[in-house]
Design a protein around this ligand. Structure first.
Ligand SMILES: [Zn+2]
Length: 296
């Protein structure tokens, strides 16, 4: 995570140098670690977004695939689970730290699923997470896209891929295993220091983010296992606490905006100083700015 954050900070500071930074980044020392979540469900932690895995008698499906140079390590981790090769890839959104393995898995025969807007953005390229991202090669593009969602009947479970309105971008899906009671939140949920990421260059919107989180919470109970986009495993109570902090912060920022302050004045007022979110990928100022822009 520290390496990822460093990359993002560099990207934010010097956008034009960020794309080469991705290419030059060395992934040799990244270890892809496996954690079993439930029978037939695992999460892989490496660099970039957490990967959810459904495996069993039918086929292997993965949710997100991190960065391209990690595809071999991801395959080895999946093999370590005793799982079949990857047949389905579901992208929670288009950011490069969640879709970097698409080309590899697309070429090795997997079918890629994502929200319509993920395919649109990957086809065109553009600014993703503050970084100029080129148009994706054809093999990396989602083959099956949807507006609202898709349901997979796989490995003894019913797996819903659901678009709740986005918020981190305009194409965020969550993935819910109905029987095993597991939810992958994608980047609608960061369980790391710092603030949420509303990527307004990718159609992110803070009101949509709150709505999507609320909708996801309404599908959970006290036993639900929650996979965040980044950070360790979580649960409904922690997600509710996160949602409440974000909601309070947005209320404070909105109040400043309603007084007629400029963004510069709002930043100088440090409205989020009383929260203890720590130093993370998204600073209080960056979050305040994103909220400000998405309230426009
Ligand atoms: Zn993201």
């Amino acid at each position: 995570m520290i390496r990822t954050r460093a990359l993002f900070l560099a990207a934010a500071a010097v956008t034009t140098l960020a794309a080469p930074a991705i290419a030059q980044r060395n992934f040799d020392n990244v270890e892809v670690k496996t954690e079993e979540v439930a029978p037939g469900i695992a999460v892989l932690f490496g660099a970039g977004g957490n990967i959810g895995v459904s495996h069993g008698d039918d086929a292997t499906a993965i949710i997100d695939d991190q960065f391209a140079p990690l595809s071999g390590k991801i395959e080895a981790a999946i093999e370590g689970l005793g799982a079949k090769p990857v047949k389905y890839v579901i992208n929670t959104h288009w950011h490069f730290d969640h879709t970097g393995g698409n080309e590899h898995f697309g070429k090795t025969g997997a079918t890629i699923f994502a929200h319509d807007n993920v395919r649109v953005r990957m086809t065109a390229g553009g600014t993703a997470a503050g970084t100029e991202t080129p148009a994706a090669p054809k093999a990396a593009l989602p083959v099956v896209t949807f507006e609202r969602g898709v349901t997979m009947h796989l490995n003894g479970d019913t797996i819903d891929v659901i678009f709740l309105g986005g918020g981190h971008t305009d194409g965020d899906s969550i993935v819910r295993w109905r029987e095993k009671n597991v939810v992958h939140m994608g980047d609608l949920y960061f369980k790391i220091a710092g603030w949420p990421f509303v990527d307004t260059n990718s159609g992110g919107d803070v009101e949509h983010l709150l709505f999507s989180i609320d909708s996801a919470i309404s599908m959970m109970d006290g036993d639900t296992k929650v996979i965040p986009g980044h950070g360790p495993m979580s649960n409904r109570a922690e997600l509710i606490a996160y949602r409440n902090v974000v909601g309070e912060a947005v209320t404070l920022i909105k109040a400043l905006k309603n007084t007629g302050s400029s963004l510069e004045e709002a930043l100088a007022a440090k409205p989020l100083d009383s929260f203890e979110r720590g130093e993370g990928f998204i600073s209080a100022d960056a979050f305040t700015t994103a909220v400000w822009n998405s309230l426009d």
